[in-house]
Design a protein around this ligand. Structure first.
Ligand code: C2E
Ligand code: MG
Ligand code: MG
Length: 571
């Protein structure tokens, strides 16, 4: 007997307003009718295809009996709401297939008050759930080293403080920062840089054991907790051993690489009663070491505040640099993958220091983030990037999308949209050529406020891309709340593929899942950090939309850009 779909108005609409408005295709959905006791009285063929149940076999099984045990409570709650008169309920649950496997579905069940029957539509969300689970791992762990990341570390440090307080124990917190690591990156490439980071993690891990709390905070910075430390001297001695171990040469691709590190230490409870304070103090001890010559251990000393002075110094230097025009923008092409044409450039800031040469954003943004200066700098960068785009267009170049990074501080400003509008106005750039890159963690800090801001930018005609996607993740479906155009997958995901990607690897599976999900959400995917032909081929196979990376071009000066583009496009 064919399944009867009630006419509009009396039952569920034929094309259901699903959780998020996608996958509206009925033919792949499970359909069922349940009676007043929530027993299944009819199903469609998809039950057979997807779960292995012919209609006869389901007989009058209770809906809940087909649900995975852990989900039954939530399903019972939803069905109880139906019984209590709620016209329609939605829930996600796993159904048990005939093979005993679990399959995720998003259900909408609508009760017809006339006949008491419930009409259910279940949409397969297994891929989404799987992707979310894989991404949940990446929310807490660093892909390059496999160590806990910043978020997980903060969490664990809080627990550590509570436990130590309860046991009247003390511990040392070490912030370990590699010295001049960007030189390794610059000279040997980021792939080798990442390999070195993985080696460092391994060496630290084997020194401190698997129970020690060790994390990668980002970049070249690691944190470590040394438990049951009784005195500052003991902390310094143990941290000194870490330094010694790191100074042993690293065998990387047939070469011996030497690195050194600067370690800052703070002690609980001596230097702080909570995680934040301890971290701040270990950090400032580390900065002091850096300022006074690197490759040493420094313990927090409240009176000195040298770190503060160092920050002040860089602030003053940056202030001078701004007035002396020492900042400049470099541009890195983004290619449309199928046609291999350059369709956009990302503007990346550089500081041309008279003594230190070119300083990369990673080396001054984090230090200067706490000052107002960074705002001046980025506002300058925004206007300058728009201006540059207009200069090219007026010179008869074909228009390119100009992608500009927005810092957390800029994004949080109440007048962000006005600032952007002003930059467009003073430069004369048509808004459709501007795209702002906002990181996922910035969105998630204040989701409601972010949604409002992004909508306003959208109204202005400016596009928005989510940068470094996958590093500050909460939920893929969540991103639908924001009218964004593009996801830029964080380059750590591309790095994880290796230079010759194995399609069977978990990194490949994860990328495949992210791309499929993003496309189903009608988002374009940009892969950044593409460094090899193998990665390019793999991404082409995934139907990734755009690509960016050293394989095509490094960020280049404005003057050199069009020659670089001509070279990439082979004309
Ligand atoms: P991002 O927005 O994720 O920028 C991409 C970074 O990846 C750039 O680093 C770029 O040089 C690097 N990159 C590009 N292709 C490859 C590749 O194939 N392999 C590897 N390993 N790296 C690649 P960069 O220029 O050091 O910038 C770092 C970050 O600093 C940017 O990350 C962005 O968050 C921030 N930043 C740079 N310029 C600005 C700016 O004008 N305003 C703001 N707010 N932030 C900026
Ligand atoms: Mg970016
Ligand atoms: Mg990025």
């Amino acid at each position: 007997m064919p399944l009867r779909i009630p006419p509009e108005g009396t039952g569920p609409p034929a094309s259901p307003p699903t959780h998020d408005g996608r996958f509206a295709s009925l033919s792949l959905d499970l359909l069922c009718i349940i009676d007043e006791d929530d027993a299944i009285i009819q199903t469609n063929r998809v039950w057979l295809d997807a779960l292995g149940y012919p209609t006869e076999e389901l007989g009058s099984s209770l809906f809940i009996d087909l649900c995975w045990t852990e989900d039954r409570l939530a399903v019972a709650d939803a069905l109880a709401q139906l019984d209590a008169g709620t016209p329609s309920v939605r829930f996600d649950c796993r159904l048990i297939g005939r093979d005993g496997e679990q399959h995720w579905y998003a259900w909408q069940i609508t009760r017809d008050p006339q006949n008491g029957l419930g009409y259910g539509i279940g949409r397969d969300i297994s891929v989404q759930k799987h992707t979310e689970q894989m991404l949940a791992y990446q929310t807490h762990y660093d892909v390059v080293t496999g160590l806990p990341n910043r978020y997980l570390f903060h969490n664990r440090l809080d627990q550590e403080v509570i436990a130590a307080r309860a046991a009247a124990d003390s511990f040392a917190l070490c912030v370990i920062d590699l010295d001049r690591f960007n030189q390794i990156n610059d000279a040997l490439g980021h792939a080798i840089g990442d390999e070195v980071l993985a080696f460092v993690a391994l060496r630290l891990r084997s020194l401190v054991g698997s129970h020690a709390l060790l994390a990668r905070m980002g970049g070249d910075e690691f944190t470590l907790i040394l438990r049951q430390i009784q005195s500052p001297e003991e902390a310094i001695a143990r941290a000194g051993r870490i330094l010694a171990v790191l100074e042993q040469p690293f065998p990387v691709r047939g070469q011996e690489l030497f690195i050194s590190a600067s370690i800052g230490v703070s002690l609980f409870p001596r230097d702080g009663q909570d995680a934040m304070t301890l971290l701040k103090h270990a950090d400032s001890a580390m900065y002091r070491v850096k300022a006074t010559g690197r490759s040493e251990v420094g313990i927090f000393e409240p009176s000195i505040g040298a770190a503060a002075r160092w920050r002040l110094d860089i602030e003053q230097q940056m202030r001078r640099a701004l007035s002396l025009d020492q900042f400049e923008l470099h541009f890195q092409p983004l290619l449309d993958l199928p046609s291999r044409k350059v369709v956009a450039v990302e503007s990346l800031i550089r500081w041309r220091h008279p003594d230190q040469g070119v300083i990369m954003p990673g080396d001054f943004i984090s230090v200067a983030e706490e000052t107002n200066l960074i705002e001046h700098l980025f506002s300058w960068g925004l206007v300058e990037a728009c201006r540059r785009a207009v200069v090219w267009q007026r010179a008869g170049r074909r228009p390119l999308r100009m992608a500009v990074n927005i810092s957390a501080r800029q994004f949080e400003r109440a007048d962000l949209v006005e600032r952007v509008a002003e930059a467009l106005l003073v430069s004369g750039l048509d808004p459709r050529w501007l795209e702002l890159e906002i990181t996922e963690s910035m969105l998630m800090r204040d989701p409601e406020g972010s949604a409002v801001r992004i909508r306003r930018l959208h109204v202005l005609g400016v596009r928005v891309a989510i940068d470094d996607f996958g590093t500050g993740y909460s939920s893929l479906a969540y991103l639908q709340r924001f009218p964004v155009e593009r996801l830029k997958i964080d380059r750590s995901f591309i790095w994880a593929l290796g230079s010759e990607p194995d399609p069977e690897s978990s990194a490949a599976a994860l990328l495949r899942a992210i791309t499929a999900m993003a496309h189903s959400l009608r988002l374009k995917i940009v892969a950044e950090g593409v460094e090899s032909a193998g990665q390019h081929q793999f991404l082409a196979g995934l139907r990734c939309d755009e690509v960016q990376g050293f394989f095509y071009a490094r960020p280049t000066s404005a003057d050199a850009l069009w020659d670089v583009i001509a070279k990439i496009e082979g004309s």
